[in-house]
Design a binder for this molecule. Sequence first.
Ligand SMILES: [Zn+2]
Length: 321
Amino acid sequence: MKRTGFLYDERFLLHKTGPDHPECPDRLEAIYKGLKEAGLLSKLITIQATKARQRWVEAVHTPRHLIRFEEACMLHLPEYGCPDNQMCPDTYEIAMLAVGGVLNMVTLLMEGKIDNGFCAVRPPGHHAEVSQALGFCYFNNVAIAARFLQLKWGIEKVGIVDFDVHHGNGTQHIFEQDPTVFYYSIHEHPSFSFPGTGREFEKGTGPGQGFTLNSPVLPGQGDNEYKAILQRDLLPAFESFKPDVILVSAGFDAHVDDDMSDINLSTECFTWMMQRIVDMAEKYSHGRVISVLEGGYSLKRLPELIVNHVRVLLGDMERID
Ligand SMILES: [Zn+2]
């Protein structure tokens, strides 16, 4: 079995988004309970969250974004950046902890103490832009991890796979001019018109041309379409890019039972996807893959989805064809 890191911290539950908000603490509690009941916690290497150093957050975000976000928390404002981003006075601290935890996971990976890992974090990150919070996201956890891999650990090429049902506008914009970070997203489009980006012709700009790839999927589609599209688009793209490390923006909101989308994936299809991602990591990246939670709002389905996801990382999951 692989040595798989697991980032979880009860303080992630302290980011309160108000009643009836889909991005709620219950999500993480359901995930933790699911892993515990499946007997997986003892098989994982627990990673602690510590507050990120500001310089790493500022490798992606503007200092102004940090200051405005922190001030909004200090002033007890109910939201920051957009009306979806409801928060509490602790949110800034928790967002810094989430980033710091992901960077701790990267450090253990690069020190060779773990083979791969899963980060059960809140708040999520892939909609966060350089200087704007958006779509429940404040800091772009995965983007910061990519820059940390490059700046601190000398990793040249980072491949990001984003299978959250929404397009990761923030991640795309952060790296669209950069040929050293390949951003791939499969997502529903049009999807309640949020975030509205991620069309096929968005392929990167300037020196980054050809290093962004989007696979928009029409509402109503499911496993067969996803599998065919990933084999057509993602697999050849990463075969030619050959990332040194793979980061996954792991959103589970394309599940048929998730109210956030009209994509109808089965639980097994998520396992199939993750197995292909781990295959690519074995082939090109010395097995190095870190997965970071984004969306996924079905409290009923999250436990089984994450249990399978983690089992794939552990190498303890039956192969799905
Ligand atoms: Zn999403």
